[in-house]
Design a protein around this ligand. Structure first.
Ligand code: 3HC
Ligand code: NAI
Length: 695
């Protein structure tokens, strides 16, 4: 008898229960157990129908992803599902939790599907760089048509029970005790002598080739660079052109191709990395957490408003504090407008705008923050201002309240020092727009208490963010690496490349935008003002003005002024090359005595990306990030690094650290730029023939 799948007959219904916590993944033992339980049910004369269920929190959430990449062990999932489908007794899938991937494919091998109203189903394989490889691409189009199947498979999003019933995937949505409902449903089927209903026997509706071409065109931009979505389309197309057996063979072929692809390996790395970052090394699993029921945000500017929205949307009341009433009013109206825009796009249910805004209160008075469990400061990026704010917080915040700063560049330890309770202080570095971007760098100060960190790590998840714990340094993990890349981009243009070329190379690599489009989006004035400040306060160490400073000085701040490095005619957001910028670059080269040279795409790619890897290695050496995977997650969720490349550190491993190391040294030779000073860790790993994954 399997210890992960049980069989028992209850009231004439054979119950097959999968019990493989945490998510009932369909590993080898489960597949074996399922087959054995099925045979037992078929041989059991007292069972007139069979029902497959999951124990614990969910119906199987898919194949066991940890088994991918290892030698397959029979029975395969498609074989198990085939056996379910050809069974001589009607089989019901009784679903709760999330029936995902192979889990949903099992339900498609059953004759009838019953789901709890809270249940969801979906085929998220595409997010792992795969396609549904246990008949999903062949059965789903037969059940709901190719067009609807394409959306489900290529989007990979879980679908609610009510919607599953509408499209004809689920036969009945139930509430209450699922086992009782499954037995009652089976009794009804038995009494009606209900037929068996193998999905594979349904005719595959032929579909106009245009449907596939149109679908492909519609996703081309969003899914650029990815293999899996296009393989998914191929597989669904096969379902409309071939008989079931041939379609299954085609599905297998495409599945195996993806499974063996570097993209799927990278995306699986990302899946596990995203879960690993929640486990902060050195922080015990049972670290107590503080209760967070009320939050305060200081500063209602660009960041403060977005930060507050995260909590309001998660049902947590927020008090927002500003210096002046007009700033407060402005901030609140931007928040309302953002919610209203989401409601218009159908992303927010009716009534949710008022419900969310109803949780917001505003004040100009610090004493109103006394009840807050967490206070997040998002005021101007100025140490003196921040210290004054934290001094005030120290005075009013209740004992045990966590005090966080959203600073991007300032020293969190110094800010904590402005209070008498640095153990309660940490950084919560949100990314703009803060209500949208999933990344949250959680900055652990020298004295931050474990329970404060554990609380905020868990809170990140509660508000839908991916929290990554990082240490204190200029720019933390993400921006520190970004600055190195931006400075290479600038140097490459100085040497002879154009901003268009540099941006194209990085866009083609899979990033959402190039360094110069990004600079235009953030605003050229931001960096320019910082550099101008330095030129005043520390002229000896300040960088000489460059062509980007000249653009900013001329009022070309980027997207917000319609002109920056690129131009954005008619208020659009698509960057177009600028003659003014080209002239400024030429002028700068002349002034600096630079003879422009041909810069290859390869050089751009290597310099912009390897400088990040080198910096990432330094970040690891210094313990600013605990593991390479933390850096990967920062880059994927904060900057749109393509998941199919696994993140910068994972990608470096695939290139081979020896190679990266040689190139870093070569660039150091060629440029003399201290940013190419090689990380001893990188050099050591390369020398030992190791990779970051070996750390
Ligand atoms: N295989 C192996 N481990 C899995 C797993 C899977 N399919 N799904 C989740 N896990 C593990 C996680 O790694 C995590 O492990 P940890 O505790 O050691 O970190 C644990 O289960 C709990 O997972 P989460 O932290 O993600 O728990 P949540 O409650 O937040 O989410 C979930 C649950 C929605 C089921 C989410 O885990 C999920 O989306 N899982 C993946 C679903 C998926 O992609 N399925 C398709 C698999 S591929 C497939 O089926 C191929 C087939 O077509 C042949
Ligand atoms: P902002 O200028 O848009 O907003 C700052 C707000 O703080 C203003 O509304 C101002 O009135 C208010 N304020 C200033 N001093 C105050 C005080 N003493 N008491 C109460 N309110 C006060 O600035 P932004 O962009 O929102 O930045 C805020 C912080 O977030 C900065 O530390 C910045 O470095 C950081 N940050 C900014 C990001 C961005 O993309 N804008 C990204 C991540 C972090």
């Amino acid at each position: 008898m399997s210890n992960v799948v049980s069989y028992r007959c209850q009231e004439g219904v054979g119950l097959i229960v999968i019990d493989n916590p945490p998510v009932n993944a369909l590993g080898h033992a489960v597949r074996q157990g399922l087959l054995a339980a099925l045979n037992e049910g078929l041989a059991d004369a007292s069972a007139k129908a069979l029902a497959i269920m999951g124990a614990g929190r969910t119906f199987p959430a898919g194949a066991d992803i940890r088994e991918f990449g290892k030698a397959p062990r029979p029975p395969s999932l498609p074989d198990v599902i085939d056996a379910i489908e050809v069974s001589s007794k009607p089989v019901i899938a009784a679903v709760h939790g999330t029936a995902l991937g192979g889990g949903m494919e099992i339900t498609l091998g059953c004759d009838y599907r019953l789901a709890l109203e809270s249940a969801k189903m979906g085929l998220p394989e595409v997010n792992l760089g795969l396609l549904p490889g246990a008949g999903g691409t062949q059965r789903l189009p037969r059940l709901i048509g190719a067009k609807a199947a394409l959306e489900t498979i290529v989007e990979g999003k879980p679908i609610k029970a009510s919607r599953l019933a509408e499209v004809g995937i689920v036969d009945e949505v139930v509430s209450g005790d699922l086992e009782r409902k499954a037995i009652a449903y089976a009794h009804q089927l038995i009494s009606e002598d209900a037929p068996r209903r193998p999905v594979s026997a349904l005719p595959a509706a032929p579909e106009d080739a245009d449907v596939f071409a149109e679908f492909e065109a519609a996703i081309a931009r969003k899914k650029r660079g990815y293999l899996a979505p296009f393989h998914c389309i191929e597989a669904v197309k096969a379902a409309t052109e071939m008989d079931f057996a041939a379609g299954m063979a085609r599905e297998r072929e495409l599945f195996v191709e993806l499974l063996n692809s570097p993209q799927s390996a990278a995306q699986r790395h990302v899946f596990f990395a995203e879960r690993e970052v929640a486990k902060v090394p050195g922080l015990a699993k049972d670290t107590p957490q503080r209760e967070i029921n009320r939050v305060a945000v200081i500063g209602a500017g660009t960041m403060g408003g977005g930060i507050a929205m995260n909590f309001l949307s998660a049902g947590i009341p927020v008090t927002m504090l500003e210096m002046h009433q007009d700033a407060l009013d402005r901030g609140v109206s931007v928040m309302r407008r953002n919610y209203e825009a989401s409601a218009r796009k159908g992303r927010l249910a009716a009534g949710q705008v008022e419900a969310n805004m109803g949780r917001l209160s505003t004040t100009l008075d610090y004493s109103d923050l006394a009840e807050a469990d967490l206070i997040i400061e998002a005021v101007f990026e100025n140490m003196d201002v921040k210290k004054t704010v934290f001094g005030e917080l120290d005075r009013v915040a209740k004992s045990g309240a966590i005090m966080a700063t959203n600073t991007s560049t300032l020293d969190v330890n110094e800010i904590a020092g402005a209070t008498s309770r640095p153990a309660d202080v940490l950084g919560m570095h949100f990314f703009s727009p803060a209500n949208v971007m999933k990344l949250l760098e959680i900055v652990r100060g020298e004295q931050t208490a474990d329970d404060a960190l554990a609380t905020v790590m868990a809170l990140a998840r509660r508000i839908g963010k991916v929290g990554v714990a990082v240490g204190v340094c200029y720019g933390f993990v993400g921006n520190r690496m970004l600055h190195k890349r931006q400075s290479q981009a600038l140097e490459l243009v100085n040497a002879g490349a154009t901003p268009v070329q540099v941006d194209r190379v990085l866009y083609d690599f899979g990033l959402p935008m190039g360094p110069f489009a990004m600079a235009d989006l953030a605003g050229l004035d931001v960096g320019w003002r910082i550099r101008e400040g330095l030129r005043e306060s520390d002229p000896a160490n300040a960088p000489a003005p460059n062509w980007m400073d000249a653009l900013a000085e001329a009022g070309r701040f980027g997207q917000k002024t319609g002109v920056g490095v690129f131009e954005y005619p008619d208020g659009g957001r698509a960057p177009e090359p600028s003659e003014t910028t080209a002239a400024e670059i030429d002028k700068y080269r002349t002034e600096q005595g630079i003879t422009s040279r041909e810069v290859s795409d390869e050089e751009i790619r290597e310099r912009c990306l390897y400088v990040m890897i080198n910096e990432g290695a330094k970040i690891l050496e210094e313990g600013i990030a605990a593991r390479p995977l933390d850096i990967d997650v920062v880059w994927i969720y904060g900057y749109g690094f393509p998941p199919y490349r696994g993140g910068p550190m994972y990608w470096a491993d695939q290139l081979g650290l020896n190679y990266v190391c040689e190139r870093v040294k070569a660039f150091r030779e060629e440029t003399g730029d201290p940013d190419w000073h090689i990380s001893p860790l990188l050099e050591q790993l390369a020398g030992e023939g190791k990779s970051f994954a070996d750390l």
